[in-house]
Structure formats: C-alpha cells, structure tokens
Design a protein around this ligand. Structure first.
Ligand code: SF4
Ligand SMILES: [Zn+2]
Length: 343
C-alpha cells in the first residue's frame, strides 16, 4: 500500500516571515529541577519531507512560510520570541516544523547567529533543537558546539523517531527514515557530547489501542540506549492529513489518555534514570487524545505533572469509572478488524 497525504484539503495561512509560527514560555526539567523554558517554533520554508508525501499525522506544512524567510527575518523571529521569555529562562527548545539542521530551512550563518543571540541572553543553560536524523552531521554538530561552548550552554538534538519498528514507521506513519538512521545520528551526537531526545508516537493510524501501547513499550526499550529523554507524543488529528481523512471516515480514534498513563508507569518503573515526558495536545477533544470526557482534563494534567516531577506516584493518583472501559478496549479492539470500539 502506498500512503499519500490528503494534500487537497491542506489549508495554508498567510504568515508574516518575521514572526515565529508560535512561541510560549513554560517550565521544563533541567538536571532534575523544574526551570523556566521557552519554546520557539520558527516559521521556515517547512519540512522538505512534509512538502512531499509527508507523515500521515503531520499538518505542520500548513504553518510554513509562503516565501522563504531571509536570515534577518529568522533573527527578527527570534527577537520577537525572546521578548516572551522570562528573565530566568534556562532552557530553549527550537522547532521549525521541520529540521533546525536543514540548511534549506535555516542557513548555516542564520543558525550561528540564532545560537549566538541565545548565548547573549546570558541565562540559558541548554538548547534543544529538533531535526530529522539525515541532517545530523559532524560538521553541523561541531558548528553548533563551537558557538554554544563559548556561553557554556549544553546542546541536545530532538528527533521524531515515533517508533523503533521500521514496519510501523513506514506503513503507518510514512516517516521516510529507519531506526538505524536514528541510532547513527544519536551515536554521532553522543561522540561529541550532545544528548538525544526521542519523540515516540502513541497510536499512529491502522493500529489498535493495545498494539500501539505494546509498540510504545518495545520502542522505549529499544530507544533507551540512544536517548536520555523520551517524549511520548499522543497522536492528534491535524488539518489536511491522512489521519484526518481516516478520522472523518470513523476509521481513526486518537489514543486514550489511560494508554499514556499505562505506558509511562511501566516505562519509568523499568528505566528510572530516563526522563519521560508527555504533553498531550488537544487532550479531551474528539480530535485529541481522550478518555470518557469526564476525567480528560484531570488525567491530562497528571501526565504534565508527572513530566515535570518524574514522580511515579502521581500516575497512580487518578481514577475514573472509564478505566475499566479502557481495559475492555485493550482486550477486545484487536478483534474489531481495525475499527475502534468506543468513541
Ligand atoms: S512529522 Fe516531522 S518529518 Fe514528518 S512531515 Fe512533519 S515535520 Fe516533517
Ligand atoms: Zn473517565
């Protein structure tokens, strides 16, 4: 089967090239303690992979710039974003809805100036930047460290591995790279003292709830040697994607929040030294991860509280009558030939 995105229904918004797609201050874990962080989504030409067939769940290409931003535009985006930071911002997370290391999105000189500007903020201790593994090279890692070392800032690459199964990544997600590509990039980074954060995807299309939970647990075991932080992304329905098309046909339901609780409980118990995170986007809505509607807000908050504390007890501190329903879904959905049992 060949998967293609539903490009016909993609809706692109006109965007000023000197403003980031999004920016928000938050709090994250650094060296075991909660610190002020800033998340910046730069507006670039977008992910080259997303401009082709793209990943089945990803609508980020809708956020890309209509015309390629100049280096000065990217710096203006950073200035705009920095104005939203707290005076104690210690961690900056850079996304581009693509790859920070793709020279077509962010040129080498712009990358250098962005990193220098972050260094000059004076408070930042760590930068995390997202990239596909094929853009991770010795040269780009060393270039980055040459700047950040001057300011005593650590660097981490974040990669959307999604799953350690090459079959699921290819047939359900259409990601376009392999587990070996990810491990190659992670080892190359480790060799120069750069850590790796891996994003895993709970419930890509075409998988039952239980198959997806089992895939996350085996993916975590496979990924632990290559990542110091693992973020569990709960699939949601984004505009103009194959997942949206399936959802509209009632062939796709986002994951239960209980599935995330269950995965994180087991994962933290097995690998206490790894940081596990999950920030459920659109939790509680039909297009986002959800339970019964009554407990969604509370369970989503429990996932966020766990992410910032790493305290396993928090994950057991929540209950709802729908938990037993989720257990039944886990038991029976495999028999439903791909249909979901409960909306
Ligand atoms: S998920 Fe990442 S790699 Fe896939 S299309 Fe979106 S931005 Fe590109
Ligand atoms: Zn409930």
């Amino acid at each position: 089967m060949t998967l293609t995105q539903n490009t016909a229904s993609r809706k692109k918004k006109a965007r000023p090239v000197d403003r980031p797609t999004a920016v928000w201050p938050g709090s994250d874990l650094l060296d075991g303690k909660p610190v002020d962080s800033l998340t910046i989504i730069f507006c670039t030409t977008g992910c080259y992979w997303g401009m082709g067939d793209g990943c089945t769940m990803c609508g980020y290409i809708n956020d890309s710039a209509d015309s390629p931003p100049l280096d000065d535009d990217l710096l203006a985006q950073l200035d705009h974003a920095a104005a939203k930071s707290s005076p104690k911002t210690s961690l900056i997370k850079i996304f581009t809805s693509g790859s920070f290391f793709d020279q077509k999105e962010i040129s080498q000189p712009a990358r250098k100036r962005i990193l220098e500007t972050i260094g000059e903020m004076g408070t930042v201790k760590k930068v995390v930047a997202e990239t596909r593994p094929e853009f991770v090279t010795d040269e780009r890692l060393i270039d980055t460290l040459n700047v950040l070392d001057r300011y005593d800032i650590r660097f981490e690459i974040a990669m959307g591995l999604e799953t350690s199964s090459d079959t699921i990544r290819k047939d359900c997600i259409n990601k376009g790279f392999t587990f070996d590509d990810f491990t190659r990039a992670s080892k190359m980074a480790a060799d120069v003292g750069v850590t790796t954060k891996a994003y895993l995807l709970l419930k890509p299309p075409f998988l039952s709830e239980k198959t997806s939970v089992d895939d996350m647990l085996s993916s975590i075991s496979d990924t632990v040697p290559y990542a110091s932080t693992i973020s569990l992304n709960l699939c949601n329905v984004q505009n103009g994607t194959l997942v949206e098309e399936l959802h509209n046909r009632k062939d796709y339901r986002p994951p239960w929040l209980w599935s995330a609780v269950s995965v994180l409980k087991k994962a933290k118990d097995m690998f206490p030294y790894i940081i596990f995170m999950s920030d459920p986007v659109a939790a509680g809505s039909k297009r986002g991860p959800h339970n019964c509607g009554e407990c969604d807000k509370e369970v989503a908050q429990v996932l966020r509280d766990f992410s910032i504390s790493q305290d396993l007890a928090i994950l057991s501190d929540v209950d709802c009558q729908c938990y037993s329903l989720w257990e039944k879904v886990m038991e029976l959905e495999d028999n439903a030939y791909g249909s979901y049992l409960i909306k």
